[in-house]
Design a protein around this ligand. Structure first.
Ligand SMILES: Nc1nc2c(ncn2[C@@H]2O[C@H](COP(=O)(O)OP(=O)(O)OP(=O)(O)O)[C@@H](O)[C@H]2O)c(=O)[nH]1
Ligand SMILES: [Mg+2]
Length: 476
Protein backbone atom coordinates (compact mmCIF):
# COMPACT_ATOMS: atom_id res chain seq x y z
CA UNK A 1 0.00 0.00 0.00
CA UNK A 2 2.87 2.34 0.70
CA UNK A 3 3.48 3.96 -2.67
CA UNK A 4 4.35 7.58 -2.44
CA UNK A 5 3.56 10.35 -4.83
CA UNK A 6 6.14 13.06 -5.07
CA UNK A 7 3.73 15.96 -5.02
CA UNK A 8 0.83 15.81 -2.70
CA UNK A 9 -1.69 18.32 -1.44
CA UNK A 10 -0.40 19.99 1.69
CA UNK A 11 -2.29 20.25 4.94
CA UNK A 12 -3.27 23.47 6.59
CA UNK A 13 -3.23 22.75 10.32
CA UNK A 14 -3.39 25.53 12.95
CA UNK A 15 0.11 26.57 14.10
CA UNK A 16 1.52 24.58 16.99
CA UNK A 17 -1.13 21.85 16.80
CA UNK A 18 -0.80 18.29 15.55
CA UNK A 19 -3.72 16.11 14.48
CA UNK A 20 -4.28 12.47 13.56
CA UNK A 21 -7.03 10.87 11.57
CA UNK A 22 -7.68 7.28 10.47
CA UNK A 23 -8.30 7.83 6.77
CA UNK A 24 -9.13 4.22 5.83
CA UNK A 25 -12.36 2.61 7.02
CA UNK A 26 -11.61 1.03 10.41
CA UNK A 27 -12.18 -2.72 10.44
CA UNK A 28 -12.92 -2.71 6.70
CA UNK A 29 -9.42 -3.04 5.33
CA UNK A 30 -6.49 -5.31 6.18
CA UNK A 31 -4.32 -2.22 6.51
CA UNK A 32 -5.21 1.08 8.15
CA UNK A 33 -3.69 4.41 7.18
CA UNK A 34 -3.43 7.05 9.91
CA UNK A 35 -2.57 10.55 8.72
CA UNK A 36 -0.66 12.64 11.27
CA UNK A 37 -0.30 16.30 10.40
CA UNK A 38 0.77 19.57 11.91
CA UNK A 39 3.90 21.25 13.23
CA UNK A 40 5.23 18.51 15.51
CA UNK A 41 4.42 15.45 13.46
CA UNK A 42 8.01 14.33 12.94
CA UNK A 43 8.92 14.52 16.63
CA UNK A 44 5.74 12.94 17.90
CA UNK A 45 5.72 9.99 15.52
CA UNK A 46 9.36 9.29 16.36
CA UNK A 47 8.54 9.10 20.07
CA UNK A 48 6.74 5.86 19.24
CA UNK A 49 8.37 4.55 16.09
CA UNK A 50 11.65 2.68 15.97
CA UNK A 51 12.69 2.42 12.30
CA UNK A 52 14.47 -0.69 11.02
CA UNK A 53 17.30 1.47 9.66
CA UNK A 54 18.84 4.59 11.15
CA UNK A 55 19.00 6.87 8.10
CA UNK A 56 17.39 10.29 8.34
CA UNK A 57 13.68 10.66 7.52
CA UNK A 58 12.94 12.32 4.21
CA UNK A 59 9.65 13.08 2.49
CA UNK A 60 8.65 10.33 0.09
CA UNK A 61 10.33 7.47 1.94
CA UNK A 62 8.67 4.26 3.03
CA UNK A 63 10.09 3.26 6.42
CA UNK A 64 9.53 -0.08 8.07
CA UNK A 65 9.86 -0.48 11.82
CA UNK A 66 8.22 -1.13 15.14
CA UNK A 67 5.52 0.87 16.85
CA UNK A 68 5.90 0.69 20.60
CA UNK A 69 5.12 2.84 23.60
CA UNK A 70 7.96 5.21 24.22
CA UNK A 71 9.97 4.64 27.38
CA UNK A 72 10.85 8.28 27.29
CA UNK A 73 8.24 10.65 28.62
CA UNK A 74 7.80 14.30 29.47
CA UNK A 75 10.70 16.68 29.25
CA UNK A 76 13.13 14.35 27.48
CA UNK A 77 10.66 13.56 24.72
CA UNK A 78 9.65 17.19 24.45
CA UNK A 79 13.23 18.33 24.05
CA UNK A 80 13.84 15.64 21.41
CA UNK A 81 10.67 16.84 19.75
CA UNK A 82 11.73 20.45 19.53
CA UNK A 83 15.16 19.51 18.15
CA UNK A 84 13.63 17.39 15.46
CA UNK A 85 11.04 19.98 14.56
CA UNK A 86 13.82 22.49 13.96
CA UNK A 87 15.03 20.54 10.89
CA UNK A 88 12.39 17.98 10.05
CA UNK A 89 13.61 17.07 6.58
CA UNK A 90 16.98 15.90 7.90
CA UNK A 91 15.73 14.47 11.19
CA UNK A 92 17.75 11.58 12.58
CA UNK A 93 15.57 8.77 13.92
CA UNK A 94 15.21 8.97 17.68
CA UNK A 95 17.14 6.21 19.38
CA UNK A 96 15.58 7.33 22.68
CA UNK A 97 12.21 5.88 21.67
CA UNK A 98 12.64 2.28 22.71
CA UNK A 99 9.63 0.10 22.11
CA UNK A 100 8.42 -2.19 24.85
CA UNK A 101 6.13 -4.62 23.02
CA UNK A 102 6.15 -3.49 19.43
CA UNK A 103 4.04 -4.02 16.36
CA UNK A 104 5.46 -3.96 12.82
CA UNK A 105 4.26 -0.91 10.93
CA UNK A 106 5.20 1.33 8.04
CA UNK A 107 5.74 5.05 8.37
CA UNK A 108 5.65 7.30 5.31
CA UNK A 109 6.77 10.92 5.69
CA UNK A 110 4.68 12.53 2.93
CA UNK A 111 5.84 16.07 3.69
CA UNK A 112 7.51 17.77 6.66
CA UNK A 113 4.13 18.45 8.21
CA UNK A 114 2.29 15.29 7.12
CA UNK A 115 3.22 11.69 7.78
CA UNK A 116 1.28 8.51 7.35
CA UNK A 117 1.31 5.48 9.62
CA UNK A 118 0.26 2.20 7.97
CA UNK A 119 -0.65 -0.44 10.53
CA UNK A 120 -2.87 -3.49 10.84
CA UNK A 121 -6.44 -2.57 9.90
CA UNK A 122 -8.09 -4.07 12.98
CA UNK A 123 -9.64 -1.90 15.68
CA UNK A 124 -7.11 -2.96 18.36
CA UNK A 125 -4.06 -1.89 16.32
CA UNK A 126 -5.51 1.45 15.19
CA UNK A 127 -6.80 2.23 18.70
CA UNK A 128 -3.39 1.60 20.14
CA UNK A 129 -1.62 3.92 17.69
CA UNK A 130 -4.27 6.61 18.15
CA UNK A 131 -4.07 6.30 21.98
CA UNK A 132 -0.28 6.65 21.93
CA UNK A 133 -0.51 9.69 19.67
CA UNK A 134 -3.21 11.26 21.83
CA UNK A 135 -1.08 10.83 24.93
CA UNK A 136 1.67 12.70 23.08
CA UNK A 137 -0.64 15.67 22.59
CA UNK A 138 -2.07 14.86 19.16
CA UNK A 139 -5.75 15.74 18.60
CA UNK A 140 -7.74 12.88 17.02
CA UNK A 141 -9.93 13.97 14.11
CA UNK A 142 -12.55 12.41 11.89
CA UNK A 143 -11.67 11.80 8.20
CA UNK A 144 -14.07 14.64 7.33
CA UNK A 145 -12.19 17.06 9.60
CA UNK A 146 -8.94 15.86 8.04
CA UNK A 147 -10.27 16.56 4.55
CA UNK A 148 -11.18 20.10 5.64
CA UNK A 149 -7.56 20.62 6.67
CA UNK A 150 -6.32 19.60 3.24
CA UNK A 151 -5.70 22.18 0.57
CA UNK A 152 -9.21 22.47 -0.85
CA UNK A 153 -9.51 20.07 -3.77
CA UNK A 154 -12.68 18.32 -4.70
CA UNK A 155 -10.57 15.52 -6.24
CA UNK A 156 -8.83 14.82 -2.94
CA UNK A 157 -12.09 15.02 -0.98
CA UNK A 158 -13.64 12.49 -3.37
CA UNK A 159 -10.59 10.24 -3.02
CA UNK A 160 -10.89 10.35 0.79
CA UNK A 161 -14.49 9.33 0.58
CA UNK A 162 -13.59 6.32 -1.59
CA UNK A 163 -10.51 5.40 0.47
CA UNK A 164 -12.59 5.13 3.63
CA UNK A 165 -14.78 2.53 1.88
CA UNK A 166 -12.05 0.33 0.36
CA UNK A 167 -11.76 -3.16 1.83
CA UNK A 168 -8.46 -4.47 0.45
CA UNK A 169 -4.91 -3.18 0.18
CA UNK A 170 -4.86 -3.21 -3.65
CA UNK A 171 -7.95 -1.06 -4.02
CA UNK A 172 -7.04 1.19 -1.07
CA UNK A 173 -3.62 1.80 -2.68
CA UNK A 174 -5.31 3.18 -5.81
CA UNK A 175 -7.52 5.51 -3.74
CA UNK A 176 -4.57 6.51 -1.55
CA UNK A 177 -2.56 7.54 -4.64
CA UNK A 178 -5.41 9.94 -5.45
CA UNK A 179 -5.53 11.23 -1.86
CA UNK A 180 -1.84 11.99 -2.25
CA UNK A 181 -2.59 13.95 -5.37
CA UNK A 182 -2.00 11.68 -8.40
CA UNK A 183 -5.05 13.04 -10.23
CA UNK A 184 -4.51 16.62 -8.98
CA UNK A 185 -0.95 16.51 -10.31
CA UNK A 186 -2.07 15.05 -13.64
CA UNK A 187 -4.72 17.72 -14.12
CA UNK A 188 -2.63 20.70 -13.00
CA UNK A 189 0.37 19.47 -15.02
CA UNK A 190 -1.71 19.28 -18.19
CA UNK A 191 -3.52 22.54 -17.49
CA UNK A 192 -0.20 24.42 -17.30
CA UNK A 193 1.19 22.69 -20.37
CA UNK A 194 -1.88 23.29 -22.49
CA UNK A 195 -2.25 26.91 -21.41
CA UNK A 196 1.40 27.47 -22.36
CA UNK A 197 0.85 25.72 -25.70
CA UNK A 198 -2.24 27.83 -26.42
CA UNK A 199 -0.43 31.07 -25.60
CA UNK A 200 2.58 30.07 -27.72
CA UNK A 201 0.39 29.07 -30.63
CA UNK A 202 -1.92 32.08 -30.71
CA UNK A 203 0.06 33.76 -33.45
CA UNK A 204 0.06 30.67 -35.69
CA UNK A 205 -2.89 28.32 -36.18
CA UNK A 206 -4.84 27.84 -32.93
CA UNK A 207 -7.59 25.68 -34.42
CA UNK A 208 -5.30 23.24 -36.15
CA UNK A 209 -6.35 19.66 -35.73
CA UNK A 210 -3.86 17.20 -34.24
CA UNK A 211 -2.14 14.91 -36.66
CA UNK A 212 -3.03 17.15 -39.61
CA UNK A 213 -0.09 16.51 -41.91
CA UNK A 214 -0.64 19.73 -43.85
CA UNK A 215 0.33 21.85 -40.87
CA UNK A 216 3.76 22.09 -39.26
CA UNK A 217 4.03 20.39 -35.87
CA UNK A 218 4.60 23.06 -33.24
CA UNK A 219 4.17 20.65 -30.29
CA UNK A 220 0.50 21.43 -29.67
CA UNK A 221 -0.73 18.52 -31.78
CA UNK A 222 1.36 15.99 -29.88
CA UNK A 223 0.24 17.47 -26.53
CA UNK A 224 -3.35 17.24 -27.65
CA UNK A 225 -2.93 13.62 -28.70
CA UNK A 226 -1.05 12.73 -25.54
CA UNK A 227 -3.60 14.10 -23.06
CA UNK A 228 -6.48 12.50 -24.97
CA UNK A 229 -4.60 9.20 -25.07
CA UNK A 230 -4.03 9.31 -21.30
CA UNK A 231 -7.65 10.29 -20.68
CA UNK A 232 -8.86 7.46 -22.93
CA UNK A 233 -6.79 4.99 -20.93
CA UNK A 234 -8.31 6.30 -17.69
CA UNK A 235 -11.77 6.06 -19.26
CA UNK A 236 -11.23 2.38 -20.07
CA UNK A 237 -10.10 1.74 -16.51
CA UNK A 238 -12.92 3.85 -15.07
CA UNK A 239 -15.36 0.98 -15.48
CA UNK A 240 -13.51 -0.60 -12.58
CA UNK A 241 -11.98 2.40 -10.76
CA UNK A 242 -15.31 4.18 -10.19
CA UNK A 243 -16.33 1.14 -8.12
CA UNK A 244 -13.12 0.64 -6.13
CA UNK A 245 -15.01 0.15 -2.89
CA UNK A 246 -17.19 -2.56 -4.43
CA UNK A 247 -16.00 -6.08 -5.21
CA UNK A 248 -15.37 -7.07 -8.84
CA UNK A 249 -18.28 -9.09 -10.21
CA UNK A 250 -17.12 -12.51 -11.38
CA UNK A 251 -19.99 -14.62 -12.69
CA UNK A 252 -19.84 -18.37 -13.40
CA UNK A 253 -22.09 -19.51 -16.21
CA UNK A 254 -22.56 -22.58 -18.39
CA UNK A 255 -24.80 -25.54 -19.07
CA UNK A 256 -26.45 -27.39 -16.15
CA UNK A 257 -24.37 -29.88 -14.14
CA UNK A 258 -20.97 -28.78 -15.51
CA UNK A 259 -19.73 -27.97 -11.98
CA UNK A 260 -20.32 -24.21 -11.57
CA UNK A 261 -21.41 -24.51 -7.95
CA UNK A 262 -18.59 -26.94 -7.20
CA UNK A 263 -16.08 -24.42 -8.61
CA UNK A 264 -17.47 -21.60 -6.48
CA UNK A 265 -17.18 -23.82 -3.41
CA UNK A 266 -13.62 -24.81 -4.33
CA UNK A 267 -12.59 -21.16 -4.78
CA UNK A 268 -14.11 -19.83 -1.54
CA UNK A 269 -13.13 -22.95 0.42
CA UNK A 270 -16.51 -23.80 1.91
CA UNK A 271 -19.82 -25.18 0.68
CA UNK A 272 -21.54 -21.96 -0.31
CA UNK A 273 -23.68 -23.57 -3.02
CA UNK A 274 -25.57 -26.85 -3.10
CA UNK A 275 -24.02 -29.23 -5.64
CA UNK A 276 -25.74 -32.33 -6.94
CA UNK A 277 -25.56 -34.65 -9.88
CA UNK A 278 -28.90 -33.36 -11.10
CA UNK A 279 -29.10 -30.78 -13.86
CA UNK A 280 -30.90 -27.66 -12.67
CA UNK A 281 -29.73 -27.74 -9.03
CA UNK A 282 -28.95 -24.03 -8.76
CA UNK A 283 -32.07 -21.93 -9.37
CA UNK A 284 -31.12 -18.38 -8.41
CA UNK A 285 -27.97 -16.23 -8.52
CA UNK A 286 -25.98 -16.94 -5.35
CA UNK A 287 -23.12 -14.70 -4.23
CA UNK A 288 -19.96 -15.45 -2.28
CA UNK A 289 -17.51 -12.67 -1.37
CA UNK A 290 -13.81 -13.42 -1.30
CA UNK A 291 -10.42 -11.78 -1.82
CA UNK A 292 -8.01 -13.02 -4.48
CA UNK A 293 -4.53 -11.49 -4.69
CA UNK A 294 -5.63 -8.40 -2.76
CA UNK A 295 -8.70 -7.80 -4.93
CA UNK A 296 -12.19 -7.93 -3.44
CA UNK A 297 -14.32 -10.26 -5.54
CA UNK A 298 -17.97 -11.21 -5.53
CA UNK A 299 -18.38 -14.64 -7.14
CA UNK A 300 -21.85 -15.33 -8.48
CA UNK A 301 -23.04 -18.88 -9.03
CA UNK A 302 -25.89 -19.13 -11.51
CA UNK A 303 -28.50 -21.52 -12.84
CA UNK A 304 -27.35 -23.79 -15.68
CA UNK A 305 -28.45 -22.48 -19.07
CA UNK A 306 -30.78 -24.74 -21.04
CA UNK A 307 -34.12 -24.65 -22.71
CA UNK A 308 -36.77 -25.04 -20.02
CA UNK A 309 -40.49 -24.39 -19.76
CA UNK A 310 -40.48 -24.57 -16.00
CA UNK A 311 -41.23 -21.00 -14.76
CA UNK A 312 -38.84 -20.94 -11.77
CA UNK A 313 -35.99 -22.40 -13.80
CA UNK A 314 -36.72 -19.94 -16.65
CA UNK A 315 -36.51 -17.02 -14.24
CA UNK A 316 -33.24 -18.41 -12.84
CA UNK A 317 -31.81 -18.66 -16.35
CA UNK A 318 -32.93 -15.11 -17.12
CA UNK A 319 -31.17 -13.90 -13.97
CA UNK A 320 -28.03 -15.85 -14.92
CA UNK A 321 -27.91 -14.10 -18.31
CA UNK A 322 -28.43 -10.69 -16.74
CA UNK A 323 -25.67 -11.30 -14.15
CA UNK A 324 -23.28 -12.44 -16.90
CA UNK A 325 -23.99 -9.42 -19.09
CA UNK A 326 -23.25 -7.07 -16.15
CA UNK A 327 -20.13 -8.89 -14.96
CA UNK A 328 -16.57 -7.59 -14.81
CA UNK A 329 -15.45 -11.10 -15.71
CA UNK A 330 -17.33 -14.21 -16.83
CA UNK A 331 -16.12 -17.70 -16.00
CA UNK A 332 -17.64 -19.85 -18.74
CA UNK A 333 -17.68 -23.40 -17.42
CA UNK A 334 -17.60 -26.44 -19.70
CA UNK A 335 -17.24 -30.17 -19.13
CA UNK A 336 -16.27 -32.95 -21.55
CA UNK A 337 -19.79 -34.26 -21.96
CA UNK A 338 -21.27 -30.96 -23.11
CA UNK A 339 -18.20 -29.86 -25.07
CA UNK A 340 -17.81 -33.07 -27.07
CA UNK A 341 -21.43 -34.20 -27.27
CA UNK A 342 -22.61 -37.28 -29.06
CA UNK A 343 -24.52 -36.29 -32.13
CA UNK A 344 -27.93 -35.59 -30.78
CA UNK A 345 -30.29 -34.03 -33.26
CA UNK A 346 -33.27 -33.99 -30.92
CA UNK A 347 -35.33 -30.82 -30.64
CA UNK A 348 -34.36 -30.53 -26.97
CA UNK A 349 -30.62 -30.68 -27.74
CA UNK A 350 -30.78 -27.99 -30.39
CA UNK A 351 -32.97 -25.80 -28.19
CA UNK A 352 -30.37 -26.14 -25.40
CA UNK A 353 -27.51 -25.19 -27.68
CA UNK A 354 -29.48 -22.17 -28.93
CA UNK A 355 -29.82 -21.02 -25.32
CA UNK A 356 -26.07 -21.41 -24.80
CA UNK A 357 -25.32 -19.50 -28.02
CA UNK A 358 -27.58 -16.72 -26.80
CA UNK A 359 -25.70 -16.66 -23.49
CA UNK A 360 -22.36 -16.27 -25.29
CA UNK A 361 -23.78 -13.53 -27.50
CA UNK A 362 -25.14 -11.70 -24.42
CA UNK A 363 -21.73 -11.61 -22.75
CA UNK A 364 -19.99 -10.15 -25.81
CA UNK A 365 -17.72 -7.37 -24.55
CA UNK A 366 -17.28 -8.88 -21.07
CA UNK A 367 -13.88 -10.56 -20.57
CA UNK A 368 -14.30 -14.35 -20.41
CA UNK A 369 -12.19 -17.15 -18.93
CA UNK A 370 -13.10 -20.59 -20.29
CA UNK A 371 -12.80 -23.47 -17.83
CA UNK A 372 -12.90 -27.15 -18.79
CA UNK A 373 -14.09 -28.71 -15.54
CA UNK A 374 -14.30 -32.46 -14.83
CA UNK A 375 -11.12 -33.16 -16.78
CA UNK A 376 -10.85 -36.29 -14.59
CA UNK A 377 -13.77 -37.57 -16.65
CA UNK A 378 -12.30 -36.66 -20.01
CA UNK A 379 -10.66 -40.03 -20.72
CA UNK A 380 -13.73 -42.00 -19.55
CA UNK A 381 -16.05 -39.93 -21.59
CA UNK A 382 -14.10 -40.34 -24.78
CA UNK A 383 -13.21 -44.01 -24.14
CA UNK A 384 -16.83 -44.94 -23.51
CA UNK A 385 -17.72 -43.20 -26.64
CA UNK A 386 -14.95 -44.51 -28.91
CA UNK A 387 -16.20 -45.68 -32.24
CA UNK A 388 -19.13 -43.30 -32.07
CA UNK A 389 -19.32 -39.88 -33.67
CA UNK A 390 -17.45 -38.11 -30.91
CA UNK A 391 -15.34 -35.17 -32.01
CA UNK A 392 -12.14 -36.08 -30.11
CA UNK A 393 -9.95 -39.11 -30.58
CA UNK A 394 -9.41 -41.59 -27.76
CA UNK A 395 -5.67 -41.66 -28.42
CA UNK A 396 -5.13 -38.00 -27.85
CA UNK A 397 -7.02 -38.12 -24.58
CA UNK A 398 -5.82 -41.33 -22.94
CA UNK A 399 -2.20 -40.25 -23.19
CA UNK A 400 -2.79 -37.56 -20.61
CA UNK A 401 -6.33 -36.54 -19.81
CA UNK A 402 -5.27 -33.35 -18.02
CA UNK A 403 -2.96 -32.14 -20.74
CA UNK A 404 -3.79 -28.97 -22.59
CA UNK A 405 -3.26 -30.85 -25.85
CA UNK A 406 -5.06 -28.70 -28.42
CA UNK A 407 -6.64 -31.85 -29.82
CA UNK A 408 -8.46 -32.21 -26.53
CA UNK A 409 -8.97 -28.79 -25.02
CA UNK A 410 -8.51 -25.34 -26.45
CA UNK A 411 -5.11 -24.25 -25.09
CA UNK A 412 -6.66 -21.12 -23.61
CA UNK A 413 -9.15 -23.11 -21.55
CA UNK A 414 -8.19 -23.88 -17.98
CA UNK A 415 -8.53 -27.54 -16.94
CA UNK A 416 -10.02 -28.10 -13.47
CA UNK A 417 -11.41 -30.80 -11.23
CA UNK A 418 -13.61 -28.86 -8.85
CA UNK A 419 -14.17 -31.84 -6.58
CA UNK A 420 -10.44 -32.35 -5.85
CA UNK A 421 -9.19 -28.77 -6.19
CA UNK A 422 -7.01 -29.55 -9.20
CA UNK A 423 -6.43 -26.43 -11.31
CA UNK A 424 -8.16 -24.12 -8.80
CA UNK A 425 -4.98 -22.18 -7.96
CA UNK A 426 -4.38 -21.57 -11.66
CA UNK A 427 -7.96 -20.44 -12.05
CA UNK A 428 -7.67 -18.00 -9.15
CA UNK A 429 -4.41 -16.58 -10.51
CA UNK A 430 -5.99 -16.15 -13.92
CA UNK A 431 -8.99 -14.38 -12.38
CA UNK A 432 -6.70 -11.98 -10.49
CA UNK A 433 -4.55 -11.35 -13.57
CA UNK A 434 -7.56 -10.60 -15.79
CA UNK A 435 -9.06 -8.23 -13.21
CA UNK A 436 -5.69 -6.51 -12.65
CA UNK A 437 -5.55 -5.75 -16.39
CA UNK A 438 -8.21 -3.11 -15.82
CA UNK A 439 -6.51 -1.42 -12.87
CA UNK A 440 -4.09 1.52 -13.00
CA UNK A 441 -0.42 0.96 -12.10
CA UNK A 442 0.83 2.07 -8.67
CA UNK A 443 0.70 5.83 -8.17
CA UNK A 444 -1.09 6.51 -11.48
CA UNK A 445 -4.06 8.90 -11.71
CA UNK A 446 -7.46 7.23 -11.79
CA UNK A 447 -11.07 8.39 -12.10
CA UNK A 448 -12.51 7.08 -8.86
CA UNK A 449 -16.08 8.38 -9.07
CA UNK A 450 -18.63 8.94 -11.86
CA UNK A 451 -18.12 12.74 -11.83
CA UNK A 452 -14.40 12.35 -12.53
CA UNK A 453 -15.02 9.62 -15.11
CA UNK A 454 -17.45 11.85 -17.02
CA UNK A 455 -15.00 14.76 -17.24
CA UNK A 456 -12.11 12.47 -18.16
CA UNK A 457 -14.26 10.91 -20.91
CA UNK A 458 -15.01 14.41 -22.25
CA UNK A 459 -11.27 15.17 -22.31
CA UNK A 460 -10.62 11.89 -24.14
CA UNK A 461 -13.09 12.82 -26.89
CA UNK A 462 -12.38 16.56 -27.10
CA UNK A 463 -12.04 17.80 -30.65
CA UNK A 464 -10.34 21.12 -29.92
CA UNK A 465 -7.33 21.91 -27.79
CA UNK A 466 -8.94 25.17 -26.67
CA UNK A 467 -11.78 23.33 -24.87
CA UNK A 468 -9.38 21.45 -22.59
CA UNK A 469 -8.55 24.15 -19.99
CA UNK A 470 -12.27 24.48 -19.11
CA UNK A 471 -12.66 20.70 -18.80
CA UNK A 472 -9.55 20.41 -16.64
CA UNK A 473 -10.82 23.22 -14.35
CA UNK A 474 -14.09 21.32 -14.07
CA UNK A 475 -12.17 18.22 -13.02
CA UNK A 476 -10.19 20.14 -10.41
N1 LIG B 1 -15.85 -36.05 -11.49
C1 LIG B 1 -16.11 -34.78 -11.27
N2 LIG B 1 -17.30 -34.42 -10.79
C2 LIG B 1 -17.55 -33.12 -10.60
C3 LIG B 1 -16.58 -32.12 -10.86
N3 LIG B 1 -17.12 -30.91 -10.57
C4 LIG B 1 -18.37 -31.15 -10.14
N4 LIG B 1 -18.64 -32.47 -10.16
C5 LIG B 1 -19.91 -33.12 -9.81
O1 LIG B 1 -20.83 -32.79 -10.82
C6 LIG B 1 -22.14 -32.64 -10.28
C7 LIG B 1 -22.71 -31.30 -10.65
O2 LIG B 1 -21.96 -30.31 -10.02
P1 LIG B 1 -22.58 -28.88 -9.67
O3 LIG B 1 -21.47 -28.06 -9.11
O4 LIG B 1 -23.82 -29.01 -8.88
O5 LIG B 1 -22.94 -28.39 -11.14
P2 LIG B 1 -23.66 -27.02 -11.58
O6 LIG B 1 -22.99 -26.58 -12.84
O7 LIG B 1 -23.67 -26.07 -10.46
O8 LIG B 1 -25.11 -27.56 -11.92
P3 LIG B 1 -26.50 -26.70 -11.97
O9 LIG B 1 -26.63 -25.95 -10.69
O10 LIG B 1 -27.51 -27.77 -12.12
O11 LIG B 1 -26.44 -25.85 -13.16
C8 LIG B 1 -21.98 -32.84 -8.78
O12 LIG B 1 -22.32 -34.19 -8.47
C9 LIG B 1 -20.52 -32.60 -8.54
O13 LIG B 1 -20.01 -33.30 -7.41
C10 LIG B 1 -15.31 -32.54 -11.35
O14 LIG B 1 -14.41 -31.75 -11.62
N5 LIG B 1 -15.14 -33.87 -11.54
MG1 LIG C 1 -25.23 -25.22 -9.47
Amino acid sequence: MANVDRHSPSVVAPAGETFASIITGVGRSAVAVIAVYGDRVSAIVQQHFLPATTTAFRPGQIRYGIWGQSSVQGAVAESAASELTASPSVAEPSTAALPIAGESIVVVPIADDRWEIHCHGGVAATDRVMDDLTRSGVHPQSPQQYTQHMTPSVLVAEAHQVLSQCVTTRTAAIALAQVRGAMVDWATGWRDRINAALVAGQSTSPDRLPGDARLPDDGRASDFDAIRHEAAQMTRRAQRTVRLADPSRVVLVGAPNVGKSSLVNAIVGYNRSITMDIAGTTRDVLHADTVIDGLPIRLSDTAGIRSSQEPIEREGIHRARTAASQADLVIRVHEPQTTFPRHDSSMAASADSREIDELDAGTGGVPVIHVMNKVDRLADWVANDSGTKNSVTTDSVTKDPVTKDPAVIDPDWLPTVATTGQGIDDLMQTIAARLSDGLPPAGAPAAICPRQADVIAAIATATELSTLPRLIEELL
